[in-house]
Design a protein. Structure first.
Length: 443
C-alpha cells in the first residue's frame, strides 16, 4: 500500500488525547510494574546500512506482523498500561500502515514517538505522520558530516537528517536527536550541540555504541573504557551548552554510573540524580517486527526473548516470562569481576545489560563505567577491551571480548585479564563460568 492511500483512509477525528507519557508510579505490593515505555521495531526493512546497527537492519524480518495484528497489539499495549510507544526500525516509515498504527496508539491514550535515520523522511511523509498523531520525531545524527556519513554509509545522509528535522518541525512535531558516542563522534559533540539547537531540537539522547550487530564487526569504533576519563569532561561541557541552548540532555542507560558527573547527567531522569539499575523488563519492553516480545529493544537472542505475542499475548509474557523478568529477579550473585566488589553493586547491578552481555557473554561485569575508570586511574591502572571472537550475521548477534587491566605506564604487562563467561543459555542466573576461547586469557 502506498503512503497516499494509507493517509486517505485515516479516520477523521476532531482531536486526540494528549498521551500518558513515560511517568510510572510504583506498583501495589505484590503486583508487577506496568511498562512505561514500549520500543517497537515496526519493520527491520531499512534504507541505510549503518556500521553500528544492532539488528543489522536492511531486509524485513520473515513473518512481520500484519496491519490487523499490529493494531491488536496496540490495544494490548494500552490495556497493559503502557504510557508511550516509540516506533523504530529499520525504518518504520517504510511501511505505510504505520499511519494507522500511530493513530490507534494515540486513540488508545498513549504517547507516540518515532526514531529514524531520517534519510527518506520527506515533507510529505512528515506531514502524514503528524496528521496520524505522531508527537515527536528523533533523528539519529552521529557526529558531524564526515563521521556521520561514514558510519551510515550514505553520502549526503547527514544533510538529509537536518532536512528531516526541518520537515518534522514544519509538520507540527516536536523534534529531537539521538547520537552514538564512539571513536568517530565523541570529539564532535560540542559543535553538534549548536547545530541541533539551531535546528530547534528539544531533546538530545546520547549513548555509547554497543558491541553487537554490525558494531561487533567493527570493534575499532568502540571507545576504550579508559577513554571515559577524557569523554566525561567533554560531556560536562556538552551538558552546560545544552542548558544554555535549551536542549534537554538525556543520557542512555549505558552512560555514566556514579562518577562525579552523575547528578548532572541524570538530573532530568531521576529525582535523586543517580542511576538505579537496568530498566529492561522493569519499566520498559522491546517488540520485534515479527511479534517477539523482549526485555529491552537493544538485546536479542533466546535468553532475552519472552516469546512471541501471537502465541501468548502481551500480558502473559510481560508478567510471567522469565526472560522478561530476569533483571528484576536476579541477585548480587549474578555479578562477577570488578562489579561484584563495587560499593554501588546492589544499586547499579553492573549497569546496562545490553552493554555487558554483548561484551563478555553475560551481564554482570561492565568496564564501561565512569566510577570504575576513575578507581582504576586512582590505582595507577587502566582497562581496555580486546575482541577474541567475532559475531555471526544474525540480528543483535555479538562476539566476545576480554578486559585487560594494566598499569598506565607504557610497556608494563597486564595485571589482570577478565575473559568472557558462559552465556545465560547455560546458566540463567549467577556469574557463569569462564569460557574457553582461544587467546581470551593470554597476556
Amino acid at each position: 500500500m502506498k503512503l497516499r492511500e494509507a493517509r486517505r483512509r485515516l479516520p477523521v477525528v476532531e482531536s486526540l488525547p494528549p498521551g500518558r507519557g513515560r511517568r510510572v508510579l510504583p506498583p501495589p505490593r505484590g503486583a508487577v510494574q506496568r511498562p512505561a515505555l514500549a520500543v517497537w521495531e515496526f519493520t527491520r526493512a531499512c534504507d541505510q546500512r549503518c556500521k553500528a546497527c544492532g539488528p543489522r537492519a536492511g531486509v524485513a524480518r520473515p513473518d512481520e506482523l500484519t496491519t490487523d495484528e499490529a493494531l491488536r497489539l496496540v490495544d494490548e499495549l494500552a490495556e497493559l498500561g503502557v504510557g508511550e510507544v516509540a516506533l523504530i526500525g529499520g525504518e518504520a516509515y517504510l511501511r505505510a500502515d504505520v499511519l494507522w498504527v500511530i493513530r490507534r496508539i494515540r486513540e488508545r491514550g498513549m504517547s507516540c514517538s518515532l526514531t529514524t535515520g531520517g534519510l527518506g523522511l520527506t515533507q510529505t511523509r512528515a506531514e502524514a505522520l503528524v496528521e496520524a498523531g505522531l508527537q515527536l520525531v528523533s533523528v539519529s545524527i552521529d557526529g558531524l558530516e564526515a563521521s556521520h556519513d561514514a558510519l551510515r554509509g550514505t553520502p549526503g545522509g547527514w544533510r538529509r537528517c537536518f532536512e528531516a528535522l526541518a520537515h518534522s518541525r514544519r509538520a507540527g512535531a516536536r523534534i529531537a536527536a539521538n547520537t552514538q558516542i564512539n571513536r568517530l563522534t565523541w570529539r564532535e559533540l560540542l559543535p553538534l550541540c549548536d547545530l541541533l539547537a539551531d535546528a530547534g531540537a528539544e531533546v538530545w539522547q546520547m549513548f555509547l555504541t554497543m558491541p553487537h550487530g554490525n558494531a561487533a564487526d567493527h570493534p575499532e569504533l568502540l571507545l576504550q573504557p579508559f577513554e571515559l576519563l577524557e569523554l566525561f569532561p567533554e560531556l560536562e561541557r556538552v551538558i552546560a551548552r545544552c542548558a544554555a541552548r535549551r536542549i534537554r540532555f538525556w543520557p542512555g542507560n549505558n552512560l555514566g554510573y556514579f562518577g562525579p558527573l552523575e547528578g548532572k547527567l541524570r538530573r532530568l531522569q531521576q529525582e535523586d540524580g543517580h542511576y538505579k539499575g537496568c530498566s529492561a523488563g522493569r519499566t520498559g519492553l522491546g517488540i520485534e517486527a515479527d511479534g517477539t516480545i523482549k526485555s529491552c529493544p537493544s538485546v536479542g537472542g533466546a535468553v532475552n526473548a519472552g516469546g512471541n505475542w501471537r502465541d501468548h499475548g502481551l500480558r502473559a509474557l510481560w508478567e510471567r516470562a522469565p526472560e522478561i523478568r530476569y533483571v528484576e529477579q536476579r541477585g548480587l550473585d549474578s555479578l562477577w569481576g570488578y562489579c561484584r566488589e563495587c560499593y554501588y553493586a546492589d544499586t547499579c547491578m553492573g549497569g546496562c545489560t545490553a552493554m555487558s552481555e554483548p561484551l563478555l557473554g553475560r551481564p554482570g561485569n561492565n568496564p564501561y563505567c565512569h566510577h570504575r575508570a576513575l578507581e582504576m586511574d586512582r590505582m595507577g591502572l587502566r582497562e581496555r577491551v580486546e575482541q577474541v571472537a567475532g559475531a555471526d550475521d544474525q540480528a543483535f548477534a555479538h562476539g566476545l571480548f576480554r578486559v585487560v587491566r594494566e598499569p598506565k605506564a607504557a610497556g608494563a604487562g597486564p595485571v589482570t585479564i577478565e575473559g568472557p563467561r558462559t552465556g545465560r543459555e547455560a546458566a540463567f542466573f549467577g556469574p557463569g563460568a569462564p569460557l574457553a576461547v582461544a587467546g581470551a586469557d593470554e597476556p
